[in-house]
Design a protein around this ligand. Structure first.
Ligand SMILES: Nc1ncnc2c1ncn2[C@@H]1O[C@H](COP(=O)(O)OP(=O)(O)OP(=O)(O)O)[C@@H](O)[C@H]1O
Ligand SMILES: [Mg+2]
Length: 244
């Protein structure tokens, strides 16, 4: 049984069908990346998994159990935490308060232990524990959003474009943290615009195009794919050899 199993998912916003028959699986311990252009439906998929949107048809199963009729809070308790697109930290709360809120479903002793782990993973947050989250830099807010999700001690971590708008040096720090999180045995579904870094981290990937899965494969296969290279890796197809 897959940890996460999505079957034939349709999601609509009124007349707009954002996801059309999307099926994908994530196995326990895997990092799976979801690539796709703006508007492909990546965020819609993440929000449907975490119970913030309802599917029109199809199903999302976690450990074999349908999430279709469960609320977002219940889904967090089952072990799925989302780092939302655009970070969405609570700006008027401190770094520490934001992190503690992430652990609201967990007993205090576990929160303290996990808090120590997150602050060790992100020393910049440790230095800024008492600072209001709204005054953090973009990169620091992203670290906080990841840390907050980790406080829920999820089995499956959903990350929606963690590198968006960040300087390369910060992106490197974020990916370093994701490697560390993977080593702790967490399963990750990662939406990324930075396809190269995502595919280097991931075991497998899917390419979503206007609401449908167009390509899927191992990360190595996708890195080699001419379609992926041309569309997402900013590389030209090799020039064809012609006689002229
Ligand atoms: N609240 C909404 N109401 C109506 N349409 C929406 C809403 N949210 C998203 N859509 C539409 O659904 C489609 C998929 O959007 P979604 O945000 O899932 O894409 P995305 O792949 O995350 O894009 P990006 O890379 O820009 O974040 C788009 O056509 C978008 O306009
Ligand atoms: Mg999005």
């Amino acid at each position: 049984m897959s940890l996460l199993q999505i079957d034939q998912l349709d999601v609509r916003y009124g007349p707009i069908q954002a996801l059309k028959g999307v099926s994908l699986q994530v196995e326990e311990g895997e990092i799976v990346t979801l690539l796709g252009a703006n508007g492909a439906g990546k965020t819609t998929l993440m929000r449907t998994i975490s119970g913030l949107l309802r599917a029109h048809a199809g199903d999302v199963k976690f450990r074999g159990r349908s999430l279709a009729h469960l609320g977002a809070d219940r889904i967090v308790r089952l072990g799925i935490a989302q780092v939302p697109e655009g970070r969405r930290v609570f700006p008027t709360l401190t770094v520490l308060e934001n992190l503690e809120l992430g652990g609201y479903t967990r007993p205090p002793a576990q929160v303290r232990r996990e808090l120590a782990r997150v602050l060790a993973m992100f020393p910049r947050l440790d230095e800024r524990k008492a600072q209001l989250a709204g005054t953090l830099s973009g990169g620091e807010q992203q670290m906080l959003a990841i840390g907050r999700a980790l406080l829920a001690q999820p089995t499956l971590l959903l990350l929606d474009e963690p590198s968006l708008g960040l300087a390369p040096i910060i992106v490197r720090d974020i990916f370093r943290a994701l490697h560390q999180i993977r080593e702790q045995g967490m399963t990750i579904l990662l939406v990324e615009q930075n396809a190269r870094m995502a595919l280097k981290l991931a075991d497998r990937g899917y390419v979503l195009e206007t609401g449908r899965i167009r390509l899927q494969g191992s990360a190595a296969e996708l890195l080699q794919s001419a379609d992926v290279q041309a569309t997402y890796l900013g590389q030209q197809r090799p020039a064809s050899v012609s006689g002229s």
